[in-house]
Design a protein around this ligand. Structure first.
Ligand SMILES: [Zn+2]
Length: 74
């Protein structure tokens, strides 16, 4: 096996999670922007979804760095 140095599957997974969360926030925000411009109907609970998605993103970010600190697998 010639794994590149620092290749940690767990870290990869956490990074992927974080990426997914960021993408979801971006998607929700663009929906909100479209609603503000009047090009899309304002969906109920969008603000709540954005708030939740942001909280998840922060949590994913924290998990990622917590893993880096605990594992030192950069
Ligand atoms: Zn690791």
């Amino acid at each position: 096996m010639t794994e590149p140095t620092g290749n940690c599957p767990e870290r990869e997974g956490l990074l992927q999670q974080w990426t997914d969360c960021s993408a979801r926030v971006a998607r929700l925000l663009s929906g909100q922007l479209a609603a503000m411009k009047g090009t899309a109907s304002r969906s109920a609970g969008l603000d709540d979804q954005i708030r939740l998605a942001r909280a998840e993103e922060v949590e994913a970010c924290r998990s990622y760095y917590a893993h880096l600190n605990a594992h030192e697998c950069v």
